[in-house]
Ligand binder design. Structure first.
Ligand code: MLT
Length: 406
């Protein structure tokens, strides 16, 4: 007799962003004339950069000709793209920095995917089912829900105002640690020193850090690390998840990558074995990212592509500055938004996260994301996203000011 995976019963009824969409639609049904200003889900809104469009068109055109047509691509992803990423890690200049990244990674340590979300959800499967998983609270729900579904034991690392939203190290022995910096949802960014503590913990306990760097291109402060591999020793204890979604507007196109260094080892594993396991997992369960999207990825990594996509990042960061200034002027306490596209707002008047969400929606017609949706420690906060058209961001600020009586 078939049995369900009852771990699904442990999850909230619906995925956070589905619940928000449902509530927003219900409000719109009753108030069809209202213009909703969306600062909820971190969904990019600006058109792709011209050189990236050219890359995608080139990908389509190649499919039209016998001599350039491709079906299934290289295992692990287009080898040109993996090499370009290896070069990017070594030679590119992060936005705020005066020096190159200088990270050495082999092309076959890089696995192209259709985005960081599926990789974040699947990566635990190459580790023992009885792994203890450390998850920050608040957290991007994918890390938590995927490990709950897999029946893994979870340990929470609290991130709050007292620790500047940088969680403290696990107090007990854990096997996997999910970290995300710049952080979704709080917008906090760990310093090199703070990351080094996690790397030392992982090295000492033979634990593995799963480091989600999907928002790295939003870091403007040249002293902040944009990759876990800027930290000495990380290659033997960390996997990095990355994405073109937020840095180049590929939320719909879908393209990302995961780095599994050959130096990475855990208890009982051989050097290179974890890299091979992820290769085995991906070649068995994933047929590769779209060849058109990968042509777009190559265009993003070109000199012109980097220049143009950086402009988009700056555009969203100007939105973040407008939101932060606007809310602070209204007397609200706001975190993040300086090296990240998310703002973590303390709810006013002792409101709960969902109460503040409802108030914003019903009175100001602005959609945010309730902090409690990211975990218990998120209660009393609301996340605003800086992804949006400038005009809408400005309207949202005016509407909050005029309608909320803060
Ligand atoms: C978010 O709003 O947290 C993100 O857009 C969700 C995602 O990237 O999957």
């Amino acid at each position: 007799m078939a049995k369900i995976n009852s771990n699904y019963r442990k999850l909230p009824k619906s995925y956070l962003f589905s619940e928000i969409a449902k509530r927003t639609e219900a409000f719109l049904e009753k108030n069809p004339k209202v213009e909703i200003l969306k600062l909820g889900i971190g969904n990019t809104t600006e058109p792709l950069a011209p050189s990236v469009i050219d890359g995608l068109i080139n990908g389509v055109k190649k499919l039209a000709k016998l001599d350039s047509y491709t079906g299934y691509g290289d295992e692990q992803g287009d080898s040109r793209l993996r090499q370009a990423l290896s070069d990017w890690y070594k030679h590119s200049l992060p936005a705020g920095a005066g020096k190159k990244r200088g990270i050495n990674l082999l092309a076959d340590e890089i696995f192209i995917s259709d985005g960081a979300k599926p990789d974040a959800a699947n990566i635990s499967s190459i580790f023992s089912p009885d792994s203890v998983v450390a998850i920050t609270d608040p957290v991007y729900p994918v890390y938590l829900d995927s490990n709950v579904i897999a029946g893994k034991k979870i340990v929470y690392l609290s991130a709050d105002e007292k620790n500047g939203f940088i969680p403290t190290l696990p107090k007990q022995k854990v096997d996997l640690i999910f970290l995300c910096f710049p952080n979704n949802p709080t917008g906090a960014v760990a310093t090199k020193k703070q990351l080094k503590e996690f790397v030392d913990y992982a090295t000492g306990n033979r634990a593995v850090i799963i480091f989600d760097a999907a928002y790295s291109e939003y870091i403007k402060d040249k002293n902040l690390p944009t990759s876990i591999y800027e930290i000495k020793g990380a290659k033997s204890c960390a996997i990095e998840l990355q994405s073109f979604s937020k840095s180049a507007g590929f939320t719909g196109v879908r393209l990302g990558w995961t780095v599994v260094p050959k130096d990475l080892i855990v208890e009982g594993s051989q050097p290179g074995e974890i890299n091979q396991f992820w290769h085995r997992r991906q070649t068995t369960m994933f047929n590769g990212a779209s060849n058109i999207a990968q042509e777009g990825g190559l265009a993003i990594l070109s000199a012109e592509g980097q220049k143009q996509t950086r402009k988009q990042v700056n555009y969203y960061m100007e939105n973040a500055a407008i939101i932060k200034r606007g809310l602070k002027d209204m007397g609200l306490t706001v975190f993040g938004g300086e090296n990240a596209p998310y703002l973590w707002v303390k709810c006013p008047e002792g409101l709960s996260s969902w109460e503040f969400f409802d108030k914003l929606l019903k009175k100001a017609h602005v959609v945010g994301t309730p902090g409690s949706g990211f975990g218990q420690m998120g209660e009393g906060y609301l996340r605003l996203s800086a992804f949006g058209h400038r005009e809408n961001v400005r309207k949202a600020m005016i509407s909050i000011k005029e309608n909320l009586n803060l």
